[in-house]
Design a protein around this ligand. Sequence first.
Ligand code: 26V
Length: 801
Amino acid sequence: MKLTTAQFKTDFLNEIKTLYATDLNDTSALGQFIALGHLVRRYDGSQWTKTSEKYRKKDRKQVYYFSIEFLPGRLLKSNLLNLGLLDTVRAGLKELELDFETISAAEPDPGLGNGGLGRLAACYMDSMASLGIAGNGNGIRYRYGLFKQVFMDGYQVELPDDWLRNGNVWEIRRENKACLVRFGGNVWMQPQADGQLQPVYEQTDDVLAVPYDVGMIGYRNDVTNTLRLWSAELPPSADNAYYSQEQRDRIDDITKVLYPDDSNSEGQALRLRQEYFFSSAGVQSIIRHYGLRHQGMRELGKKIAIHINDTHPTLVIPELMRLLMDDHHCSWDVAWALTTQVMSYTNHTILQEALETWPIDMFKGLLPRIYQIVVEIDRRYRAAKTPIFGEDLVNRTAPLGNGQVRMAYLAVIGSHSVNGVAPLHTELLKNDVLRDLYQVYPERFNNKTNGIATRRWVQLANEPLSQLIDSKISPEWRQQPSQLKTLMAYQKDAKFLKQLTTVKQTNKQALAAYIKQNLGIEVRTDAIFDVQIKRLHAYKRQLLHVLEIIREYLDLKAHPATKAPAHVHIFGAKAAPSYHYAKAIIKLINALADLVNHDPDIGDRLKVVFIPNYGVSLGELIIPAADISEQISTASKEASGTSNMKLMANGAVSLATLDGANIDIIQAAGEANEYPFGLTAKAVYGYYERGDYRSVDFYQADPELKRVLDALVDGTIPGITTEGREIYDSLLRYNDEFFVLADYESYVQQQRQISQDFQDQTKWQQKALANIAAAGIFSADLAVARYADDIWQVPHTLLQD
Ligand code: 26V
């Protein structure tokens, strides 16, 4: 849209006056942010309405992306960028003597997700809008997001994330679009005059699902899509007096807080309630919307696609069956054909303990009608497949088994497409985790490698780099990140490589200032910034990184004259509150930081920085400043990873195992421009098959490693008597489940190589450049276009090369 600086200033001052009945001097940064948010919504307003009108007129097929998590990050800057207003607003605020960055930082960062899965959903929302796909998000409006992490005495403490305290400028409450979700009670099937069966519900707990809509603004294309987040409330018609406090609390609890665990399927009833709540509300609103525009359900499969982001929304399958049969009187066969035509499923993990199952007794009690439908899905699956595949395989793969509802199997059986998120991950699904189902439905399995929103992670997070890129190649890369590859023409341009160093320095200074201000640690910006940012998990092996730091520390103590670049190790990681081992690792990192950072023998040559409360906003600060991207999971365990892509796009070089999308990153940028190491997935599986891994052998064979491990238990690192022992035992007594010791030597070797290579900044920046230039293929736009072409079958406006 067109907007002059003068007009913007007038609008902004008016907004302040209307909202606060006072003048600018009397408002806080938060107040200014809220006023700006209102303005942006006003500027966008007609675009949002027009988008829905356009979709309706053209009767466009709608895509619904169901995810129990969305991690959108702050929206002010990206909304302004996408509307084409960022420069105008910045200039206007400057003339008013306001700092845009300060105002922007006052926006709460909604933590409605745990990590990779939730952030991926948000990146895909951005891309769907930017590609003109009629894409809708469907999720939960948690009253409290992921906990805020603070450290006390080096231990993680979790505080509530009251992100709605000052309201949410981006949302619109639509009570007129609310629907009822039923839990519990009894259901029985009553024969009708026409012979059909209709369910009769008795004594159900009814919950009102109220949608809050957030506009998802496309990049300069006049499109605004909708992210719909549901909130659980008391049904309005009922007399409040009939609800006991306990009943009210039970309703309130459904959307109160995000489960902060992404590692274990806990089997908690509240979690199952959350899953059915947003699945049911979402499907009901889809069918209502569809019903307003079409006669009967025949065209459903041509007009809607429902995507299941991990198993959490799998109940959309029986819920759609329920609505089609009970409300729209479809036969089972018609309903089932429509359902499988509509549904598609993405798997995001191969960790057995994260695969969801629900005890049948709990499931039946909470969702009696849905359970009946799952029983029938199970019965028909068994009847159809046993003659072909035999009883054993069918028993292993049916939706019901071992007293559990197996969500991943239900998702595969009820969808026409199942995808993994990186080539290796998809192969492992086919050969291991879902191999039996792959026998039954080979045609359903496909790969869709993850992608990232380059607009947020490069254009907005790293403006110095973006400007440098603009000075060399056409700004088309901003719409079409694949164009970044033309930067390779500057591989030998000494001046350009120097400028890359300067850009990195600028970003490192910004991060260093944050670290100084918030943690009181001073770091040199000519040091190697070695970054590991992700959830704390044993399989992600923050511990391997820690062992390297201990090695560097002991090495500097023993050989003070060693000449090597200074090294700053930067961590960002939350642990699930109940994940004891992960919390022990946090304590270890903090204790080690304490020791290293205060040792006068070490000075500024080695620093350890654990930045608390890692999330999207901190990522935007840390990623542009990184030299090294630590992607060191045990091969085969990380489905894809996405921080690896963000760091690559910002010129960090990967120190990486051959796992998930690391493999594809290394291939894209060239092996010479990364630091690969460690066991392959095949080697890991080899150890499993033979059962001959012995971590103690590595300990005994390598005196340096022995010295490092002993430091965990011999008092070298003060304050970790229990944690040090526990971690030591996990590696030696319990045989090192994630092969840390097996990969230690090759990891250390690459770290040594990095220390050497970093000293030649020309060569270093050549590697950085190769990474930036190759990162375009990991753009979320490309990934979403592949979903649109292969799975959803909807048109999009991706510009092809
Ligand atoms: C799993 C579970 C397990 C049951 C209890 C609650 C809960 C909550 C969240 C999750 C999601 C874990 C899966 C996940 O986040 N996977 C990550 O997905 C990224 C995007 O595809 C991918 O890059 C990471 O490799 C993968 O770990």
